[in-house]
Design a protein around this ligand. Structure first.
Ligand SMILES: Nc1ncnc2c1ncn2[C@@H]1O[C@H](COP(=O)(O)OP(=O)(O)OP(=O)(O)O)[C@@H](O)[C@H]1O
Ligand SMILES: [Mg+2]
Length: 416
């Protein structure tokens, strides 16, 4: 860590900036300057290249968040600390998404700010050491993939479960699927597992939820995928709040490479939190006008949250044979590139009847090929030459339960 960390102070109010500046100078930091939002902040950051940025997140919030984003882009190695007098956790989450590393509630206490600066600088130092290969310390947080769509019945659960299975079996990463369908969670049905405990058992004071308690509610499927099921009765969701989801997902991120969040066809605070926590959103859309129109609204909603657009992976899923909309038309209507196309394949519904993901039940089907390639593309893991032909497994859900694990194919992979 720098011996005498160099800091810049950003905020809309000169008086407040002065106060923070004095506090930092008295504590031995080298304050390189202060500036308002926007271009003023960016010019100062460019000129001074500080070790850390302290920014007041105040109204106009949008300007504050745009400034955070611009600074995070300009100085990816200089952590940003936000402090705000705006009440409620919404602005905090948005600031975190925009790029702040820590968030303090104003009025900021001197000790709190100093500790925060030291903590974010130490974290940045560890990150650099890790990148330089100087430490074996594993990356602490897994990737959160939120599978979202503006409608029901468009293949969200199908894609979430198959993606999870392909990631485990082909890229050898640890994956947990969390069923956040607050109406009728289908993950357990699609993977044919009994639901003895569920996410509803975690509706307790958030600080009491531990990694061990979460693990007790999960189920390890014989494909290797971990599942945190939804409760069987939709009414059991009544005590589960967005705060529980945040805590549970944060704990699961510490133990899994991927946390895949399956969401319902409706929108609620739990879905909003699942989107806010996402490292990437797999946005599913089917090939019909109603779905395209709803997807456009969903993209607009995410844009209005300042959600980074590059985190959205648009996936077109053909749930029926007849499609009257051409791919170019989809691109034109939605104004963005399509990340992946999943073809119509009746093997998907056949696999659902067996209670198995299609990538296991029919690994050579066109849907499996597509979903597996999508897992490779999302994970950044490169497929290598296949040494043996994958075997097709056709066991009934009941049989799979009593016969145990499903044979793995021998595809070898390497991490880029
Ligand atoms: N590419 C595809 N080809 C053929 N059938 C598909 C395809 N994708 C999904 N399906 C079928 O579409 C139906 C709906 O899929 P799924 O349950 O995954 O949707 P969902 O978006 O999760 O729905 P809900 O919002 O109700 O939870 C299922 O019967 C599934 O088998
Ligand atoms: Mg579903």
């Amino acid at each position: 860590m720098a011996r005498n960390p160099r800091v810049i102070v950003i905020g809309p109010e000169p008086v407040n900036r002065d106060e923070v500046q004095k506090m930092l100078a008295l504590s031995g930091f080298s304050v390189l300057g202060e500036a308002g939002y926007g271009i003023e902040a960016v010019s100062l950051a460019k000129k001074s290249e500080p070790d850390v940025v302290v920014i007041a997140i105040e109204e106009p919030l949008i300007r504050a968040l745009q400034t955070v984003e611009a600074l995070a882009d300009l100085l990816p190695q200089s952590p940003i600390i936000g402090h705000s007098s705006i009440k409620g956790s919404g602005s905090m989450r948005r600031a975190m998404v925009a790029g702040v590393k820590d968030y303090l509630v104003s009025p900021v206490k001197e000790e709190e700010l100093i500790n925060s600066i030291h903590a974010v600088l130490a974290q940045e130092e560890r990150r650099r050491a890790r990148l330089a290969g100087e430490t074996d310390e594993p990356v602490a947080a897994g990737t959160v993939v939120t599978v979202f769509g503006a409608k029901g019945g468009i293949g969200k659960t199908t894609i979430a479960t198959n993606l999870a299975t392909a990631l485990v079996q082909k890229t050898k990463q640890s994956v947990v699927v969390v069923d956040l369908d607050t109406r009728f969670g289908d993950v357990a049905i699609l993977m044919d597992i009994p639901v003895e405990r569920s996410i509803a058992d975690l509706a307790m004071p958030e600080e009491d939820i531990t990694r061990e308690i979460v693990e007790e509610c999960t189920y390890t499927h014989n494909t290797g995928v971990t599942i945190l099921p939804a409760p069987i009765r939709p009414t059991d969701w009544r005590n589960v709040h967005a705060g529980h989801i945040e805590r549970v997902v944060t704990l699961l991120m510490q133990t899994h490479d991927y946390v895949i969040l399956d969401t319902p066809g409706t929108f609620n605070d739990i879905v909003a939190r699942a989107l806010e926590m996402a490292t990437m959103v797999v946005l599913i859309c089917t090939v019909d006008m109603a779905s395209l129109k709803d997807t456009l609204l969903a993209i607009d909603m995410l844009r209005s949250w300042n959600f980074p657009q590059d985190k959205i992976k648009l996936v077109i899923n053909s749930t029926n044979e007849a499609s009257n909309v051409q791919p170019q038309e989809i691109r034109r209507m939605l104004g963005r590139d399509v990340f992946w196309n999943v073809p119509y394949d009746r093997n998907i519904s056949a696999a659902t009847q067996l209670g198995m993901p299609v990538v296991v039940a029919k690994p050579q089907s066109k849907a499996s090929e597509s979903l597996t390639e999508m897992a490779y593309a999302l994970s950044g893991v490169r497929r290598q030459q296949q040494t043996t032909k994958p075997r097709e497994v056709q066991k009934s859900g009941f049989l799979s339960r009593i016969l145990g694990s499903v044979p793995e194919d021998k595809t070898e992979v390497s991490v880029e």
